[in-house]
Write a protein that binds this ligand. Sequence first.
Ligand SMILES: [Zn+2]
Length: 222
Amino acid sequence: MVPHFAAWGSIRDKSLKGEVMETLKWLAYEKWDRNPKEELPVFDCPHCWETVATLPLDAETGKCPGCGGDLFITDMLGFHQEMEEDFAPETIARTYMTIHETLLLFTGVGYFWEYYRDLLPECLFVKDGPLSIRAQYSKLVNPIRRFLAHARDSGYPVHIIGQEKTGYFADHLEIIEKNMPEGTLFIHSDKYIKREIQQRPENGAPCPTEKTPIMGLRYSLK
Ligand SMILES: [Zn+2]
């Protein structure tokens, strides 16, 4: 099976009534806006690799304007940049899971936005794992950030937390928690994260494998 077709087929899985695909379109075309995007910002075509691929508003499939190859909306996420016909590194599976979880989370957010907007500021959405996606998939992060900013500016702020139980931040909490009184909420500054947690230069460039935060602040809670 052609891998980029597999990603598309899975995102529109019928067992979830295609809701995840609807959420991807809702975010990618910015359908939450009164003036949604007429077309997707250009992305790399999985056939000719030119950065000319796009799809018109609400389309799930189409043709590359450069080479005429089949395009799927999921191609905008860029799985094909790490994937070859018979080879999909384990990292792709993990990233795919994160993206799917993120889309599921925003299926809930979008539902409240469309039908119960007044209740939205009173909700707290909780995701298992960090609120970040590997840097090369930032095509999804930017539309999410724009939606969150729009929701906030419209007076309906969306509250989301991601709980990290493993990784750098969890390890760091283990070290510092003995000095934290019960009930402490410790918000980490960017400087603190670089210096104390990641142990890299404060003004250094991001490392290539770094994850792009979707939003917000990192904190430790005891
Ligand atoms: Zn092409």
